[in-house]
Write a protein that binds this ligand. Structure first.
Ligand code: SAM
Length: 299
């Protein structure tokens, strides 16, 4: 199966991870459960669990996140047919993608910027985590994706979140935020599935280079917009150091940012070796998509 992975990606992984490339390649072939999280703006975790169980859908908890559940993968259509889904009481979302908002820890009253927000999985999670009480601004460059974001926010009841359809690199430099989520566009090297060639068709060395340039520019902007002492969570669904550690390291070396190492979520057994201590570099496997997330403080 792993022969379906683009050679350029295979080569990059083998060079970057001489000891773990095979593990990553195997992870691209893993079958994962469906995962979802409760939308606390509309439902409780206990309420959603009962509703799913009453519909005959078995539910398993996620150790590090009481709002998240695992569901056997064949049940996704049954969930989409439930009113809990159409009314926005839940959001189908990969476990890896739930990590950054948990790290950002949005609190009531805080001014929060989501720089690359569509389709809104993490924006709606931020709203849910803060009970709708943090002041979230969502930015998305692509018009069609921004419309999708507005639709998802509406459906999830996160109605007080303004959406700015613009290039986040061009946001007004006078804006200031307590916390920023930069879930950056990337090559998607962590979300490749051998069962679905679409997930790796666009992958190229050029895409990695272009993504890395854009990621650095977006992070530079985030550093400008966050208050001193404020928090930036940087994340991508790539496992390549070019798009992760090497984007962040210049800011760490200059002392502009430092890593806030978090003990939670406990992802032991699911991580790859990482050049930035305290960052989460998640290996694709039977539970997680490949992913990178790090919590940074502006000095
Ligand atoms: N955070 C989203 C979520 O959880 O649903 C996923 C974000 S996706 C990884 C990256 C998004 O960034 C894409 O929707 C893309 O259109 C958008 N994007 C790309 N370049 C951008 C830019 N310069 N400014 C703002 N958004 C951008």
């Amino acid at each position: 199966m792993t022969e379906q992975i683009p050679e350029v990606l295979r080569d990059l992984l083998t060079t970057r991870y001489p000891d773990d490339a095979e593990r990553i390649l195997q992870g691209f072939g893993a079958k994962r459960d469906t995962t979802l999280r409760v939308n606390r703006l509309k439902e409780t975790a206990d309420g959603l669990r009962s509703e799913l169980e009453n519909a005959g859908i078995p539910v398993r908890p996620v150790s590090w996140y009481a709002d998240a559940f695992r569901i056997p993968s064949g049940q996704e259509n049954a969930i989409r047919a439930m009113s809990a889904y159409t009314d926005g009481h839940l959001y189908l979302q990969s476990l890896s993608s739930m990590i950054p908002p948990v790290l950002l820890d949005p609190l009531p009253g805080e001014d929060i910027l989501d720089m690359c927000a569509a389709p809104g999985g993490k924006t709606t999670q931020l709203a849910s985590l803060s009970g709708g009480k943090s002041n979230i601004t969502a930015v998305e460059k692509d018009r069609i994706r921004a419309d999708r974001l507005r639709y998802n926010l509406q459906r999830q009841g996160a109605t007080r979140v303004p959406v700015l359809q613009q290039d986040a690199r061009k946001l007004d430099d006078h804006l200031r935020f307590d916390k920023i989520l930069l879930d950056a566009p990337c090559s998607g090297s962590g979300t490749v599935l051998t069962s679905d060639p679409k997930t790796s068709r666009a992958f190229s060395a050029e895409l990695v280079r272009n993504s890395a340039r854009l990621q650095s520019e977006l992070l530079r902007k985030a550093v400008r917009l966050v208050k001193p002492g404020g928090i930036i969570v940087y994340s991508t669904c790539s496992v390549l150091p070019e798009e992760n550690e090497r984007v962040i390291l210049p800011f760490l070396e200059k002392g502009t940012l430092s890593v806030i190492a978090r003990s939670e979520p406990d992802l032991s057994g699911h991580l790859l070796p990482c050049e930035v201590p305290g960052a989460f570099l998640v290996c694709p496997d039977a539970e997680y998509e490949g992913f990178f997330a790090v919590c940074l403080k502006k000095n």
